[in-house]
Design a binder for this molecule. Structure first.
Ligand code: PMP
Length: 352
């Protein structure tokens, strides 16, 4: 009998409640070929299986429900956020499911697929120039100001509202603990808001009595690798990355809840992330976005550091569907100097 039929026979679940009930409880995927090659267990949390397609569904639901619990938003209200995409998509779904209006400010550098999807989900999308956080025109400040100008509206503030990290502390961490039966030597992922790393990391660290090491994976251009590896003394920014949704220029309030317990950090070059993206498609049949591939490169590094037989968990944040016009386009990859980093036998996947 196929494993799918076995799973169906033994399933006791009947249903979940709507979109919001379907968030979380994602599978933990054993990445077989990589694991066998290095003699450790690399496990990827399949966050692309959330109903809105990314890890950010958890934060979106957590932020809105926290505001409801505090009485900050009432039926018919408006949710406003500044987001590079996935949080907006999660919020647009949650808002439809709960009957709120959704307004999204985003930097105008984001992929067209993400903008189109937000509009199809009924969000009012407002692309604004991509300027640094220090600039008052930054998309986050514009989102806050707009929410403040309305009544019965909230700015979910994913970067500095710690309800984001708490959602991962309540769900992602316990799920990983249960799925590994407590055998998790390392957890590593990249950060945008820091919610996933801080919330999941805090839970695993506490539950393991400090045994699970928590590491950060970073794209070039982020300040966090130097910040963490220098014990919080040095903030340096160099390079840039094609990965969307990750990398930071500051320690957000979400990251700050856990940053002192992060054991170390790796910066992963885009050349390695792209090569891994294609390798995971070839060897595992999984179609991932670039931040997931970066996470897996870093998980392999961490497993090598922790030694043979170690178990390292990372996050498979979203699928490639939202970025395919870039990540699977020979011309686009060439324009970024990344096409040649794809191993020759995997170039067949760059079909666009
Ligand atoms: N990967 C992708 C594709 C994302 O959109 C995000 C969130 N911006 C992350 C990773 C990082 O998640 P977090 O905000 O929890 O740090």
């Amino acid at each position: 009998m196929s494993s799918l039929r076995i799973a169906r026979c033994f399933s006791t679940a009947t249903h979940v409640n709507g979109f919001n009930g379907a968030v979380g409880n994602t599978p933990l995927i054993y990445l077989k070929s990589l694991s066998e090659r290095i003699g450790s267990r690399i496990l990827g949390k399949a966050e692309f299986q959330n109903p809105g397609g990314s890890v950010k569904d958890r934060a979106a639901l957590g932020l809105v429900e926290d505001a409801e619990e505090q009485g900050l938003i009432k039926p018919g209200g408006t949710v406003v956020e500044g987001t590079a995409g996935n949080t907006g998509i999660g919020l647009a779904h949650v808002c439809r499911a709960k009957g709120y209006k959704c307004v999204i400010y985003m930097p105008n550098t984001q992929s067209q697929e993400k903008i189109d999807l937000l509009r199809m989900l009924g969000a009012d999308v407002r692309p604004v120039p991509a300027v640094a956080f220090e600039n008052p025109q930054n998309y986050n400040h514009q989102a806050r100001e707009y929410a403040e100008s309305l009544t019965n509206a909230i700015w979910t503030n994913q970067f500095d509202n710690t309800a984001n990290a708490k959602a991962h502390y309540r769900t992602t961490g316990p799920e990983i603990w249960e799925q590994t039966q407590g055998k998790v030597d390392g957890f590593i992922c990249a950060t945008g808001t820091g919610g996933t790393l801080a919330g999941t990391g805090k839970f695993l660290r506490e539950k393991s009595g400090g045994k699970t090491q928590i590491w950060l994976a970073d794209p070039p251009g982020s300040v966090l690798t130097s910040y963490i590896n220098s014990g919080g003394k040095l903030i340096e920014r160099s390079g840039s990355s094609i990965t969307e949704g990750i990398g930071q220029g500051r320690v957000t309030d979400n990251l700050a809840t856990f940053v002192n317990d992060v054991s170390g950090a790796f910066t992963v070059p885009d050349t390695d992330s792209i090569a891994m993206l294609y390798e995971l498609l070839e060897s595992e049949g999984i179609y991932l976005g670039a931040s997931s591939a970066l996470n897996v490169v870093a998980a392999v590094e961490l497993a090598k550091k922790l030694g043979k037989g170690s178990t390292v968990v990372t996050i498979l944040c979203d699928g490639a569907y939202r970025y395919q016009s870039r990540l699977f386009s020979k011309k686009w990859l060439e324009s970024k100097g990344l096409y040649e980093s794809i191993p020759p036998h995997l170039k067949k996947y760059a079909v666009l």
